[in-house]
Ligand binder design. Sequence first.
Ligand code: SF4
Length: 307
Amino acid sequence: MSPIVTTVSATHAADSAEHRHSNTFLRLKKKLERNVGEAIGDYNMIGDGDTVMVCISGGKDSYTLLSCLLALRERAPVDFRIVAMNLDQKQPGFPDDVLPAYFESIGVEYRIVAEDTYSIVKDKIPEGKTTCSLCSRLRRGIIYRTAREIGATRIALGHHRDDMLETLFLNMFFGGKIKAMPPKLVSDDGQHVVIRPLAYCTEADITRFARTMAFPIIPCNLCGSQENAQRKQIKAMLQSWAREFPGRIESLATALQNVVPSHLADRKLFDFVNVDQSTKLDEGDIAFDRESLPAVPKQIFPLFPDA
Ligand code: SF4
């Protein structure tokens, strides 16, 4: 194994293997699979006959996504194909033997695409300027092309609940928009449906799962780019809320699914201009009431009943 991969010591590997049979780990695995199953069901992410191309970066999130999808497919009442896909962007030190070896070891169909977007980005973007937007544009084009080549009807990405909340606050704090990351979207050209089956999974659960599974993690900073400072700030804010105010993050995540346009102020979403005595409001007239704020518990998902 290449030295750049997060090395798993022999002791850690043995501990992890032992842990994989512990009740605590089996409960965690079941919880993640249930969360993924619920998200798939709630948003109708995968149906019979779909080909799901799962984008694998070599990070904990995408390994966890692949693992949950493979486990769910075993007991799903629908039949779908999974193809793991990795884009090798030729970043310096990228260990290109790790993912093929891992995919072979678990017996999943896979496609590795090698394209030197790293050199293009370095060429086009002046030193010191942020490279992420060109890099992700190039990556998106290659991912869509590969999806077409393998006949994928769904492209699965490993973003989780906490990524979605961070994006919500990034957009509110720095972009003047209430906008997060959707669990399901269609590409601008209308050809691809992108899904985020980890939408209900917490980063903490994924981290614990990935550690015990001892996935061969590939570091995400090979391009030399630093994590966005604003995102770091938001992450720290959410983490401190999670510590200080139990339940707040869960309530925020629930809020993403309970938007009341008539109680915001966006004239494109709700026709405030024509509000009159005949207008019915979604949540009724609460102009003079105190807010009552129950956090709505998540509902159950029917497609993978045993998850
Ligand atoms: S962090 Fe690096 S690899 Fe990721 S989008 Fe930015 S430039 Fe590309």
